[in-house]
Design a protein around this ligand. Structure first.
Ligand SMILES: [Zn+2]
Length: 182
């Protein structure tokens, strides 16, 4: 397994890598490092880009055996290589991802709505909520659920869960999954 240094230092932008394996993936050269600060696509957060020696890092993913695979635009050799992470891209991802976790917790507290998906991109971020009763375009906020007894919709105060009566039976069938890890 590649040692994933981004878990213990998520602010490292440059490091001296040690290329321990050369590979190909989809016809492109790729490298395995002994340790890496490059974040692979996981947990809804896209991969880092940057440079590894004289090669550009185009994609970073986790291989089936747990190794972090760095897809390159040019082949490398074994041994040391100076690595540079595209910091504006990574930092934006970190901020958006942190924001997602804050919002996901808020959705749980306000509407008992678990996060079942998270998608982060350069322009948009989306959070999928497991909550019945939302009709796209008609219920603009997740804490507005239609209730049988009220006219229209009922707005729930932040911090208080929706009343039991408003929860449909479909809610009980939803997986009570936690937010995506990573
Ligand atoms: Zn996360």
């Amino acid at each position: 397994m590649t040692v994933r240094r981004y878990y213990t230092d998520s602010y490292a932008r440059t490091f001296t890598a040690n290329v321990v394996e050369l590979a190909t993936s989809g016809g492109s050269p790729a490298a395995i490092l002994q340790e890496t600060f490059f974040y692979p696509t996981s947990g809804g957060q896209p991969h880092d880009t940057g440079r590894l020696g004289s090669s550009g890092v185009r994609d970073v993913s986790i291989r089936e055996d747990g190794m972090v695979l760095h897809l390159l635009d040019a082949p490398l050799e074994h041994g040391p290589a100076e690595a540079v992470i595209d910091w504006p891209r990574r930092f934006d991802h970190m901020q958006q991802h942190t924001g997602q976790h804050i919002l996901s917790q808020a959705f749980i507290q306000v509407a008992d709505a678990p996060t079942i998906g998270f998608h982060l991109g350069a322009e948009t971020v989306s959070i999928d909520l497991g909550l019945p009763g939302i009709d796209n375009g008609k219920s603009p906020t997740p804490w507005r659920q239609p209730t049988k007894s009220s006219r229209g919709t009922r707005r729930f105060a932040p911090g208080s869960p929706p009343p039991r009566s408003s929860r449909s039976s479909a809610f009980a069938r939803l997986p009570r999954s936690k937010a995506p890890s990573g």
